[in-house]
Design a protein around this ligand. Structure first.
Ligand code: ATP
Ligand code: MG
Length: 304
């Protein structure tokens, strides 16, 4: 893959990358003897400190597996992962993983959950940090409440607060809002952007939702179907919070859908579906018009 220019790449090459994966490959043993399931073909990624990177790709392509490798939860069959210049051999307190659901401890209150990684701090310091992150995620007043008394979105906020309170270098998030309803997801994304702008943690975020990726990321890694390789890297150079109605936003989203073979609005797709009907011709006309309006920069891209 070619080097990418623009906002998706480290401005200063001498700054040590937060995460580097080189020639990463993974093959699982199959169900029968001698059988193999090749999940990752060849992955090369580097992430700069403080960068927000989204990993997208078709279902089952190996997104979770790749995130596990990058976090040190799983061993690669080939290649290497460096985090802050050090080879990764296992999980580490500096790297925190947030799952889709069920990450909070049900037997602890919100405050106790957030304080979980702070046992070495003094009581005063612990209270200060807990309050800071409880406030940041919008749970002020819920400190003494148990997770079962909260909504799904609130529980994800607890998990985010707990992760941030532990002050990790890197946050790994695997479809963290996947179980939430549309409106809660919307709010959580906006809040995550605000929090990331305050905290500037490096975030590696897996999602199958292209809109979510374009809302959040500095850079989007588009993975191919299994065995996954990096199909494209798309840098999203749009100010935050991002207006999903802007032509540049829509252009970036459509580009990614196109790379993933889901360019449903293209001439080709419209022709094959609708060419035999008048409605189809009319629709093709209006869509071509709306695509023509969606011009302008918003991303730089390399394809692998
Ligand atoms: N421990 C394992 N042993 C064998 N195969 C595995 C193992 N873990 C994952 N796989 C296979 O690897 C492939 C990729 O799985 P993975 O969960 O990483 O995909 P994904 O892109 O995260 O999928 P989804 O979009 O559904 O979350 C799948 O075909 C899965 O069956
Ligand atoms: Mg997954």
């Amino acid at each position: 893959m070619n080097e990418l220019s623009g906002p998706g790449r480290p401005a200063n090459p001498s700054v040590q990358a937060a995460v580097v994966a080189s020639d990463l490959g993974l093959t699982f043993p199959g169900k029968r003897a001698g059988e193999e399931v090749r999940v990752l073909k060849r992955i090369d990624i580097d992430v700069r400190p403080g960068e927000f990177v989204c990993l997208v790709g078709p279902s089952g392509c190996g997104k979770t597996t790749l995130l596990n490798l990058l976090a040190g939860f799983q061993k690669a069959s080939r290649g290497e992962v460096l985090v802050q210049g050090e080879p990764v051999h296992g999980p580490d307190r500096r790297r925190i993983y947030i799952f889709q659901e069920g990450g909070v401890f049900p037997w602890l209150t919100v405050g106790e959950n957030v304080a979980f990684g702070l046992r070495r701090k003094t009581e005063m310091e612990r209270q200060r940090i807990v309050q800071h992150y409880v406030d940041m995620v919008g749970l002020t007043g819920f400190e003494r409440v148990y997770p079962r008394q909260l909504s799904g979105g609130m529980r994800q906020r607890v998990e985010l607060a707990r992760a941030l309170a532990a002050d990790p270098a890197i946050l790994y998030m695997d479809e963290p809002f996947g179980a939430l309803d549309y409106f809660t997801r919307f709010k959580m994304r906006a809040d995550l952007v605000r929090i990331w702008q305050q905290e500037r943690k490096t975030i590696l975020f897996v999602t199958h939702d292209i809109d979510e990726a374009v809302q959040l990321a500095d850079r989007i890694v588009v993975l191919s179907p299994r065995p996954a390789s990096v199909q494209a890297m798309v840098a999203v150079d749009l100010p935050r919070p991002r207006d999903a109605n802007l032509p540049a936003y829509l252009h970036t989203r459509d580009r990614i859908l196109g790379i993933m073979g889901m360019d449903l609005w293209s001439d080709k797709a419209t022709r094959s579906d609708d060419a035999s009907t008048n409605e189809g011709h009319q629709r093709q006309g209006s869509l071509t018009h709306s695509l023509a309006e969606r011009s302008g920069p918003g991303h730089t891209e390399t394809q692998g």
